[in-house]
Design a protein around this ligand. Structure first.
Ligand code: DMJ
Length: 659
């Protein structure tokens, strides 16, 4: 798929900024009808090539990478007289050049290739960084959203501007390699946003006037306009080691979880009156948020929101640009955005739940089925009709393929240790060894990453001189939480496991299966019933064995449609409850994080009890059903000990009941 996309760009579009996959030619600014703001990403600097550089290395396409670096060095000019978006240029071009430089440097150091390379990409990045800096010359210190000319570095004067907090962190990174000026500039702009937060609840709005610092749009969310600001606070802390960023991130995060997060939904609220949701739709950019929650170690809401997003993609094949809280299309476009794949990757890394591989597979299948065209992959103009749009944005190559490839590739098959890098908002890879700051020893904080570093004594921050040597890991070595510590137990996440106890002979209550709860349906009050297999097993369509299901606990397999849909179908057929069984081969509650099944936004009609079993636990019931005529189970919050005492009981799954 990558070869098809990248090959088409190189064949039909390069050196243009983007490929037009339906017309099979490059999009050159000024040569095509204007598309408004979207065109501000195009600066006549072979955008797609630069944005793809580090993806080529991740995908082990090292010949192509060396060739691409040569092309950038020889062909790309930054002094084009064209209006560009400061944010897009920053994340895609500056980020792409830095990611490319880091890869080139690494490969050169290995002694096999790029021996000719002399930091040319880094010099280009620094040049571009300086060209962007004048955008910050405003009274407030917040940057202009656009530069009139990359050549001269002059900002446009909008009446009001988009929050450009997102631009800030990347400039911190330029600082690492260049001068203090960039970091000071970036820091000042971040300080303004922090100052302008709503005191009392720590929420920020979406659009701010860069001249007087007044909020223009006061709706507060985690999607379009503000998404990367949160990401930068967290990652600036990880990379630069300054506690201020973590403290600010945590303050905003508490506010987000209190007001914006209404699991599984993330709804915008008014920053001054946050108890009221101000819209009932969500935008697709917020799909990055579960990935950020994984970095913070907050798996439960991440799993729930991701599952909600998955259900939306199932209904519409892709995430529409905006969708309502009952998953209807609000804005039907889908420009092949990578955020859902990004969160899927991070959740898989954190949980190792093969379910996320299936989600990834469904993304791959939809792309091939509905977006692949003769000259690349085309954005979808309307997910309801499947009509294509003549665009393939550079982030599709920078991000989508990187996350999908990483999702399915074993660590040992990658040309780099991915855990030694941090992903920028455009998925460019920055090594953790970049940091010149030594942070204090970890305090009382919950980071999904466990930070291992040569730290100072607790609570004392000592600035060290910049790192002189080029040790591969530098002062930081960050590994995913799953490699060092167990993911948070279900209990820690506030999820109480339930018990499915098999009562009928020959089990006599001695077999207890650990089950997960649902956010909807009836609470379990000792429900005892016979078990029957639902037909169809996935229960996404009308139930055909209604007679058998009447008054029984139905077994239904996870997948294909929402838990709520299955529950409704089975309730309608007369089932007394549903036991869902995971469809991921080999999953079991000892190894997986127990989660709560989420509904579809309006589940008050579902009044039967619902529980979830991982595959290994579910198999016990399936085997029992195939061997015995009647299988009776008790669904309860705790197993009931029936004669013989605890010691004779077989608990399949975690040890919850034996503690
Ligand atoms: C990308 O350019 C980046 O991920 C950015 O942060 C926001 N979204 C687009 C892709 O959707």
């Amino acid at each position: 798929m990558f070869d098809h996309a990248y090959g088409s760009y190189m064949k039909h579009a390069y050196p243009a900024d983007e490929l037009m996959p339906l017309s099979c030619r490059g999009r050159v600014r000024g040569m095509e009808p204007s598309r408004g703001d979207v065109d501000d990403a195009l600066g006549k600097f072979s955008l797609t090539l630069i944005d793809t550089l580090d993806t080529l290395v991740v995908l082990n396409k090292l010949d192509e990478f060396e060739d691409a670096v040569r092309k950038v060095v020889l062909d790309v000019r930054l002094d084009n007289d064209v209006v560009v978006s400061v944010f897009e240029t920053n994340i895609r071009v500056l980020g792409g050049l830095l990611g490319g430089h880091i890869m080139a440097d690494m490969l050169k150091a290995q002694g096999m290739r790029l021996q000719w390379y002399k930091d040319e990409l880094l010099h280009l990045a620094r040049d571009l960084g300086y060209r962007l800096l004048p955008a910050f010359n405003t009274t407030s210190g917040l940057p202009y959203p656009r530069l009139i000319s990359v050549r001269n570095g002059v900002g446009t004067t909008p009446v009001c501007s988009w929050v450009e907090g997102r631009v800030i962190w990347r400039l911190c990174v330029v600082y690492v390699h260049s001068s203090l000026r960039s970091q000071d500039t970036a820091r000042r702009a971040l300080d303004v946003l922090w100052e302008k937060r709503q005191k009392g609840n720590d929420l920020v709005g979406t659009v701010i006037n860069i001249h007087n610092g007044d909020w223009v749009r006061r709706d507060s969310g985690v999607g379009a306009g503000i998404d990367s600001y949160y990401e930068y606070l967290m990652k600036a802390y990880i990379l630069l080691g300054d506690d201020t960023y973590l403290d600010r991130f945590n303050a905003h995060y508490v506010a987000i979880m209190k007001y914006i997060s209404q699991p599984p939904l993330l709804l915008n609220v008014h920053m001054h009156n946050p108890t009221v949701s101000i819209r009932s739709w969500m935008d697709s950019l917020l799909a990055f948020f579960p990935g950020l929650q994984v970095l913070r170690g907050d798996l439960k809401p991440a799993i729930e929101t991701h599952e909600m997003l998955y259900q939306v993609t199932k209904q519409h094949k892709f995430l529409p640009e905006a969708f309502t809280s009952d998953f209807a299309v609000y804005w039907a476009q889908h420009p092949l955005r990578p955020e859902f794949a990004e969160s899927t990757y991070f959740l898989y890394k954190a949980t190792r739940d093969p379910y996320y591989l299936q989600v990834g597979k469904s993304i791959v299948e939809s792309l091939n089925e509905y977006a692949r065209v003769a000259c690349g992959f085309a954005a979808v103009q309307d997910v309801r009709t499947g009509r294509h749009e003549d665009r393939m944005d550079s982030f599709f190559l920078a991000e989508m393929f990187k996350y999908l490839y990483l999702l399915f590739t074993e660590k040992r098959d990658l040309p780099l240790d991915i855990d030694d890098f941090i992903f920028t908002t455009e998925a460019h890879l920055l090594p953790l060894s970049l940091s010149t700051a030594r942070p204090p020893c970890p305090r009382n904080m919950t980071l999904g990453y466990s930070v291992t570093l040569a730290c100072q004594s607790p609570y004392s921050v000592v600035s060290l001189p910049p790192q002189q040597d080029a040790s591969p890991l530098g002062l930081f070595s960050l590994k995913f939480i799953t490699e060092l510590v167990d993911p948070p137990a279900a209990e820690q996440q506030g999820i109480s496991p339930l018990a499915v106890q098999v009562l009928s002979p020959p089990f006599f209550g001695r077999t207890v299966l650990t089950a997960g709860p649902a956010q909807f349906g009836m609470d379990l009050t000792k429900q005892e019933h016979g078990v029957v297999l639902s037909e169809p097993y996935q229960a996404c369509a009308a139930i055909s064995n209604r007679k058998e299901v009447q008054g029984k606990m139905a077994l239904a397999q996870r997948g294909e449609c929402m838990f709520a849909t299955k529950a409704r179908n089975l309730q309608e057929a007369g089932a007394s409850g549903v036991i869902f069984i995971d469809n991921a081969e080999g999953s079991c509650s000892e190894e997986m994080v127990l989660f709560q099944m989420v509904g579809d936004g309006s589940t008050s009609d579902i009044v039967i009890p619902l529980v979830f079993l991982f595959q290994k636990e579910g198999q016990v019931l399936l085997d029992a059903l195939s061997q015995h005529r009647n299988v009776d189970v008790l669904l309860a919050t705790k197993p009931v000990f029936l004669g013989g005492g605890k010691r004779n009981q077989t608990v399949v799954g975690a040890e919850h009941w034996m503690r």
